[in-house]
Structures are given as C-alpha cells and as structure tokens.
Design a protein around this ligand. Structure first.
Ligand code: SAH
Ligand code: SF4
Length: 361
C-alpha cells in the first residue's frame, strides 16, 4: 500500500495529511478524488440542489483589497435591484422548481437596508407560501439584524471567513474595525446564535497564501463545525489594490486545481455538509462547477439576477454569464448534471444533512 493510500484510510487526519492531500498529483490525486466521490455517494447521493442566486446590490461600505465592488472602486457603477425585480426573480425560482434562492449583496448595515431586506423576505415568504428556501449572504450584521432576517423567513447564512489566518486576513483587508478579523470570527457565532444554518469558506490561491494556510483553513472549518461551505479560487480584478500582488499560485489553472483538491479534502473530512460548486470555478473553466460536483460538491447556484444588472456585480474579472438572461443558464442545467451522473433535486430545499442531523440529537 502506498503512503497516500494509508493517509486516505485514516480515521482522523492531521495537518501533514491534509498538506499531502492538497499537494497530491498523478495517481495520488486520482485516489483523492475517488475517495471523495465514494463518500459523497454514500452520504449525500448523486443529487444536486439548486440555489437561484440574486445579486441584489453592488453597493458596499467595505473596501476588501481583492473585490471589484469595493467602496473605493469609483469606476464601478452602482445598482440596487427594484423590489419588483427581486420578487420576479423569486417567482422565476419557484416556477422553475429551484427549491431555494440566495440573496447576496455588498455589505450595508443602515436601517433602510435592514428593513428593505426584512420586507423583501416577508414578501418572498408570502408568494411562495413558505416553500422557497432562503439563504442570505449580506455580510457582517448585529445579532438583532440576523434575528430579524431569520424571523422574516431566511434560514441559511453565508459569510466567508476568507482566510482563517489572521495575518493573511490582515494583508487582504484594510486595517480598521470595519474589517477586523475578530469581528468576522465573532459574526460566524452570531449567525449561528440567530438560528441560521451556518455557511462559510475561504478564497483559494490568494496573494501571500501558502498550502499550509489552506490546510489550517480546512482544520478551522472542521473545528467550527460548519453546515455549508462556499469556497472558490481567487481571481484578480484590475481595479483593486491586490492586483499584481505576488502570488505563489501564479496561474488561474493552479488555483482551480487547488480548489478541486480543497473540495475533495473537505468532503473527506466533513462528510455530510453541503458544499457549493461556486461561480468563480466556472470563471476559470466552463466546466469548473461540474468538475467540483464530481469531486464532492452538491450545491449549484445558477445566477437568476435580472440580466441587465449582472455586468455590474463584478467581484472579479471574467465572471461568467453576465450577459445572459436566467433562461439561458437554466435550460442546460439538467444536461450538464446528467453528463456527470448527477440529478437535480427540484422543489427541495436540500438543507445541510449535517445541520438536520444535529438538530435531531
Ligand atoms: N459582501 C458580502 C457578500 C458578497 S461578496 C461578503 O463579503 O460577505 C461574496 C464573496 O465573493 C466574498 O466572500 C469573497 O470570498 C468573494 N470574492 C470577492 N472578490 C473576489 C475575487 N477577486 N476572487 C474570488 N472571490 C472573490
Ligand atoms: Fe464588499 Fe463583500 Fe466585496 Fe468585501 S467582498 S468589498 S464586503 S462585496
């Protein structure tokens, strides 16, 4: 038996084992993906669940060094989608049996924004009679706000830690309280306290990041026992401070390959969580999301933002599907999934099994 096979058959994996998994190439990489697929089939099955993604607004009060819609990017036109268009997108998701939606936006915590989201959540709840699952990804908020949104009908929340290494986090964010690592960490607990299923994740292939950092990220995600994961490769944006920064992972292909190994490794370590095949994968490889699903992801987030706004939600360059209407993305989902032996769980919420099991304890 090779060393790598020994690692994969261990009950409990340590940092060195995870580094070996992230460095796996050739036959070892094949074994890694085979193992993560086996675990996915056993624990999750071949069903993929959909989250229709609504990019609600690109107005943001923050200035993350990597993000194209950061506050200081004056080249970026700003938008908010009208209530009517949000509700139309929700109806689109209902009619197409998506089961769930995600509302994502730049971060704002002013009263007008908080109340707007609350009222939209109530409206969406009404039109779908509570049948449409709702995930929010609206940044750091107070416990009160998280509770208000939870009580208005959202039940999952995504807030990426971006990097679990404080030093690295500090290098990719401005040094002020709005971007404090401690606050971000605390928000993850606050989200949970409010009742949400907790989703978080990291960017892969960031400037200043190492394989060791990523192995620590995996151990961090396991330690805080997340219910859902959304991770993706870092993709530079020319109008951000991190553009051109030194990077160990020079090419997008390297970051993509590493992202697949992160997905597979996390599936092996956290067998029953939901893992999203994120849009940034597709920005590098048109089949990036399908490949991630083969290697252990089980959530797909088709973009259902009204077409006219998509060009303006540019977190990074070459974001896919920006000129298309939702229908263009939707018709091919079944075909794309059947190509990789998966089926779509239409009209189902597809909540994290990890979360539902724990609730039953
Ligand atoms: N404002 C919210 C949600 C929108 S941003 C928040 O920050 O939580 C959603 C995610 O986009 C971020 O968490 C970040 O991980 C990702 N992102 C931003 N810029 C990116 C880039 N240049 N490359 C890859 N992912 C990026
Ligand atoms: Fe704003 Fe989120 Fe982009 Fe940071 S990552 S600048 S919070 S949209």
């Amino acid at each position: 038996m090779s060393n790598f096979k020994d690692i994969l058959s261990k009950e409990s994996l340590n940092k060195q084992d995870i580094i070996a998994m992230l460095n796996a190439e050739g036959d070892d990489k094949t074994l890694l993906f085979k193992k993560s697929r086996e675990i996915t089939d056993e624990q999750i099955g071949n069903k993929v669940h959909l989250r229709g993604l609504i990019e609600y607004s690109n107005v943001c009060v923050k200035d993350c060094f990597y993000c194209g819609i950061r506050k200081s990017n004056k080249k970026q036109d700003r938008y908010n989608i009208s209530d009517k268009e949000v509700l139309e997108s929700a109806i689109y998701a209902l009619e197409n049996k998506y089961g769930s939606i995600v509302i994502q936006a730049g971060e704002r915590s002013d009263k007008a924004f908080i109340s707007k989201i609350t009222s939209l959540l109530k409206e969406i709840h009404k039109i779908g009679n509570g049948t449409l699952g709702i995930t929010l990804s609206l940044g750091e908020q107070t416990l009160e706000t998280y509770k208000e949104w939870f009580n208005a009908g959202a039940h999952r929340y995504l807030l990426r830690i971006e990097s679990s290494n404080k030093e690295l986090y500090t290098k990719i964010h401005p040094n002020n309280t709005l971007h404090s690592f401690e606050n971000r960490l605390e928000s993850l607990q606050t989200i949970r306290k409010a009742g949400f299923q907790l989703g978080t994740g990291v960017m892969i292939g960031l400037p200043h990041q190492t394989i060791e950092n990523l192995a620590d990220d995996i151990l961090f995600l396991k330690a805080i026992d997340v219910d859902m994961l959304g991770m993706g490769p870092y993709i530079e944006h020319a109008d951000t401070p991190l553009f051109g920064a030194e990077n160990l992972f020079k090419t997008r292909q390297e970051r993509l390959a590493l992202a697949f190994k992160m997905v597979a490794s996390l599936r092996i370590l956290m067998k029953d969580i939901n893992i999203a095949a994120t849009t940034a994968l597709q920005a590098i490889d048109p089949l990036g999301r399908e490949k991630a699903i083969k290697y252990g992801a089980n959530i797909l987030m088709p973009n259902i933002t009204p077409g006219s706004f998509r060009n303006n939600y540019k977190l990074y360059e070459d974001k896919p599907c920006t000129d298309e209407n939702p229908i263009d993305c939707n018709t091919c989902i079944d075909v794309r999934m059947s190509m990789i032996g998966s089926t779509v769980g239409y009209n189902e919420w597809g909540d994290s099994k990890h979360f539902t099991k724990q609730k039953q304890l």
